[in-house]
Design a protein around this ligand. Structure first.
Ligand code: FAD
Length: 321
C-alpha cells in the first residue's frame, strides 16, 4: 500500500494532493498494492468526500485538536495512517508545511527520506527520485530503501484524474506530550493572494525597480488577469512593500511555474535560486546588462512603468475585457 497525504484548504484539495496521487499510483504499479489517502485538519470530513474519488480509501483525522497545523501533529497523523494502511511508502507535497513534517515522519517510521523530488519511481525493493540541489544547479538521482517518505516538488507532476469512489475511514489519533509542545495561539492571514504562489502556473514578480508599494497594484492586476500569483524580491520585502509570504528566492519560496514574469528585478543569484527552473521566463528591465536576462526566454529592455501597462492592455484586449 502507498499512502498519499492530501493537502487541502478546508474545502478543496490542493493541486499538490493530485500531484501526489499521480506519484503514488506510479509507485503502486511497481511495488504492488493500492493507494490510500489521508486528509487532516479543519474541513477534513468534507474534503474526504472529494478525495475518495482518487484513492481506494481515505483516512480522516479531524476534531478540535486538529484544527490548526503543527509539524508534530501532522507527522503523528501521517504515522498513524501509514500504520493503519500498512504503507511502505508515504507520498506528500513538498509544500512549506510538508517539508517540516515529512522529516519528522521519516524518523518515526525509520524510513528513507527523499525530499522535494522532481520525479520518483520504484524498482525491486528500492525507490528512486530526482531532485535539485545546490541552489537548483545540480540535478541529483537518489535511491532509498523501503520504507520511504517521498515529498513532491510542486508543479512537477501531472494532476491525477478521478478513478472511482473509494471508502472513507475516520482515524482516531491521540495527541501525546510531544505533539502538545507547540500550540498555535492566534492566526493572522498575511496575504490575500487568490492563488498559492508555489502552485501557481503563472507568477508575476516585482522587484525594487517597481519603485513603491503602490506600483504593485499593477503587478496584482496583471497577475489577476492571468490567473497567477504575485511574487516579490527580498529587496521589496525588506522595503515593507509586500509580505514575506510572497518572497521568491533562496530565503523565500521556490517556484516552478509555466511562466515567470520578473519585472524590474535585477536577477541576483539568491533570487534566481527560487525561480530558475520556471519553464518560460519573461523579464522587463531598463538595464540591458541586468543578470536576469541570462535566465530569460523573452526580455524587454524598457521602463516597467511604460511596458507593464501596455502588457496589461494587450492581455485585456486578448481576453476581450
Ligand atoms: C543570504 C542572502 C539571501 C537572500 N535571499 C534572497 C531571496 O530569497 N530572494 C531575493 O529576491 N533576494 C534575496 N537576497 C537578496 C539579493 O541578493 C538581491 O539583493 C535582491 O534579489 C535584489 O532585489 P531586486 O532585484 O528587487 O533589487 P535590485 O537588485 O535593486 O534591482 C532592481 C532592478 O530594477 C531595475 N529597474 C529599476 N527601475 C526600473 C524601471 N523603471 N523599469 C524597469 N527596470 C527597472 C534595475 O535596473 C535593477 O535591475 C538574498 C541575499 C543574501 C545575502
Amino acid at each position: 500500500m502507498i499512502l498519499v497525504v492530501m493537502d487541502h484548504d478546508g474545502n478543496e484539495l490542493r493541486k499538490g494532493a493530485l500531484e501526489g496521487v499521480s506519484r503514488a499510483r506510479k509507485l503502486a504499479e511497481a511495488l504492488g498494492g493500492e493507494v490510500a489517502g489521508l486528509v487532516v485538519g479543519f474541513g477534513a470530513e468534507g474534503v474526504a468526500e472529494k478525495a475518495k474519488d482518487y484513492v481506494s480509501k481515505v483516512y480522516v483525522v479531524s476534531g478540535p485538536d486538529w484544527e490548526t497545523y503543527t509539524a508534530e501533529k501532522w507527522a503523528k497523523a501521517a504515522h498513524a495512517a501509514a500504520e493503519a494502511a500498512g504503507a511502505r511508502v508515504v507520498v506528500a507535497p513538498a509544500s512549506r508545511t510538508g517539508r517540516s513534517w515529512t522529516a519528522r515522519l521519516a524518523v518515526k517510521m525509520d524510513a528513507a527520506l527523499l525530499e522535494d523530488t522532481l520525479d520518483s519511481w520504484a524498482e525491486g525493493e528500492k525507490v528512486y527520485a530526482t531532485k535539485y540541489s545546490f541552489l537548483n544547479r545540480v540535478l541529483e538521482k537518489q535511491a532509498g530503501s523501503l520504507p520511504a517518505v517521498i515529498s513532491v516538488k510542486p508543479n512537477t507532476t501531472p494532476l491525477a484524474e478521478p478513478a472511482g469512489a473509494g471508502t472513507v475511514e475516520p482515524l482516531a489519533v491521540e495527541l501525546g506530550e510531544l505533539e502538545k509542545k507547540v500550540e498555535v495561539l492566534e492566526k493572522i492571514v498575511e496575504t490575500g493572494g487568490k492563488v498559492s504562489l508555489t502552485e501557481a502556473e503563472v507568477v508575476v514578480t516585482g522587484g525594487r525597480g517597481m519603485g513603491s508599494a503602490e506600483a504593485f497594484q499593477m503587478i496584482e492586476e496583471f497577475a489577476d488577469l492571468l490567473g497567477g500569483a504575485v511574487g516579490a524580491t527580498r529587496a521589496v520585502i525588506d522595503a515593507g512593500w509586500r509580505p514575506y509570504a510572497e518572497q521568491v528566492g533562496q530565503t523565500g519560496k521556490t517556484v516552478q511555474p509555466n511562466v515567470y514574469f520578473a519585472l524590474a528585478v535585477s536577477g541576483a543569484v539568491q533570487h534566481q535560486a527560487g525561480m530558475n527552473k520556471s519553464k518560460v521566463v519573461v523579464a522587463v528591465n531598463k538595464d540591458p546588462d541586468a543578470p536576469i536576462f541570462k535566465e530569460t526566454d523573452y526580455g524587454v529592455v524598457g521602463d516597467v512603468h511604460q511596458v507593464l501597462p501596455a502588457m496589461i492592455e494587450e492581455v485585456k484586449k486578448l481576453k476581450g475585457a
